[in-house]
Each structure stands twice: as structure tokens, then as C-alpha cells.
Design a protein. Sequence first.
Length: 368
Amino acid sequence: MTLIDTDTDTGLPPLDFSVSRNLNAASAAAREEVLANPGFGTRFTDHMIDICWSVTGGWHRPRVQPYGPLALDPAAAVLHYGQEIFEGIKAYRHADGSIHTFRPDQNGRRLQRSARRLALPELPVPYFIQSLRELIAVDGDWVPSGTDQSLYLRPFMFAKEAFLGVRPAHKVGYYVIASPAGAYFKGGVQPVSIWLSEDYARAGKGGTGAAKTGGNYAASLLPQSEAYENECDQVVFLDADGNVEELGGMNVVFVRKDGTLVTPQSPSILEGITRDSILQLARDRGHRVEGRAVSLAEWRDGVASGDIVEVFACGTAAVVTPIGTLKGRDFLDEQPSGSLALSLREELTDIQYGRREDVHGWLTRLDA
């Protein structure tokens, strides 16, 4: 099963952020026009977070500054060797107007694990959470209040040292930008069609599959294009042994007829925080949960025999979406439909938006 660190950095004083206000910030009217139909990832808030790191100075010069282009030396290490990681997390406006985020300590821990794999410095979790709060302090008005809307926060880190030698960079930048996000599904959640990638792999044994790094997503773009060409919404990858790994940006869960939830587990799968939360909610209901290798044959045979009664994908953007079809070069398997995925999705989003009690203490308020 997904193993997420629970220990936290302790004894660290908060960072002292300087704040430079954006003199060209969007007017209230312009902002409301964007929030009326935010889409995803095309419009950005007025400010950003910028924290420097160096071998000699550690984490320093934390600041909130106007959103805008970054100045990079052409020899910046990230441009040549891809030393880069990121996270994705949302801020939700509750009915009382307060702003909360979901399990940010786990995103901070995952960013640390990604940093470790990419030989980048590990940002302390308290600094990670503080960076979200500092951005919300100046851009909280950008958090929308519409149904299933949120403010998508994108923390990222990259090697900015100007150096062409192959070694871990001595200078790194950590940033947070934010983009208002509309409902992922317009008109309600719809099942997605999945293309089986047989020519391409997402990651290999000992590689960077468990890290949230741009190269993994870049490697998924060509097979994702192949999925579109075959009239499918998403692509699913297998490992070298023919076991199911994950979609281009979501984890997979199978529901068996005895109520057991089974999810692929391997060192090359990104540890999904949404998946971990969904599986915990399933346990709370009395469902058994298994994390193990799942072969393509087990998936297809299980659907054919009726042993698998539901298949769904989960991730930060879509939360949970049923899988309706699995398509390969010489087959098209209709997937069974059920009610568990959407029920768990409703429960999770109710917690995130403050409509249901947060019994696990997953929410963190950002505007107080």
C-alpha cells in the first residue's frame, strides 16, 4: 500500500518573507471575470513565492513577489539535465469564506522524496506549508467559490546554477504559483476511455517513477497522443513484467466483487495522496484494501469473469473518475460500472469543501 511519511520537521522557526505587491494586479472586476469561468492552468494569480537555496547559504531570501517571467542563464542546469520537481495541491473555499487545503504535509513529504531522488535540497515541510499560506495571504481573493472550483497551487523546484558539468546543482530555486481551476467535469463525472500503451514505458526499475518530476510527464506525452489518435481519453502504462502501473497522471484502483479494493504497487509508481485518502475512506467503511502487483491479464480476466466489478482512476485534478473502457491494438474491453467510486469521490470532496466532518484531521486552514 502507499506508504506516506508521517513524521514532521520540528524546531524550525518560520521564514521571514518579504512582500512586494504587484502594482499591476488584476482589478476586482477582471478577477471576477476570470473566476466566473476559470478553466484550468491558463490564468494565474497576481503573485508568486520565491525562495533561494545554495550550498553555502541553505534556504534564504524568501519573498512574495509579483507573478512574472523568471530570468535564467542559458547554462542553467535545469535546461540541460532536467533537475526539476513539482507538486500539485488545491485550496478550497468553504461556505463560511475560509480557505483550506488538503493534507499539505503529505505533499511536502512527497516533494522531499522527489528532491532526494533528483539530488535537490529537501525543503522542510513547515516551510512548504508556510509558502502556501504566504501566497494565500496576498492572493486569497483568487480562490473561487463555485461548485467544484478551487485554486490550484503549483510548488516547484529546479536547479538554476549556471554550470554545464554533470553534478547536483549548487544553486536552486523554489517557487509557488497559483491558477484558479474550474470543475474538472462539466455536467457531472463521466467515465473515461483508456488506451493501453504497448510500445512505451512510463518508468523503469530504479528510475524516477516514484518522483514527481517533469521528465516523467514529458515521457507520457507521446503515448498520450497515441491515446487521442485511438479515440481514448487517457493512457495506461505497464512495467517490464506486464503489470499495470498507472495512467499518465492518475493512479488506478480495482474493486472486486467481495468488496476488496486492489491498487497496483511498485517502486516506480508515484505515491498518490488522493489515492491514499480514497483508500482510507474505503477502509473506514469496512472494505479490505490490497496494494500489490496487478497484471494486465488479471485485469482483463477479472472483468471478463465478473470478479472485478468496478475500475476507477484518481488524482488531484479529477479526484476520482470511473474507467469505462480499456482499449488495445486488438481488443476493446468495456469496464463494469458501479457506485463505489462516485460515492467515495463525494465523501472526499465533501471533506475538502467543509461539507462533511474531517475526522482524520486532513484539512489545514491557509488564511488564518
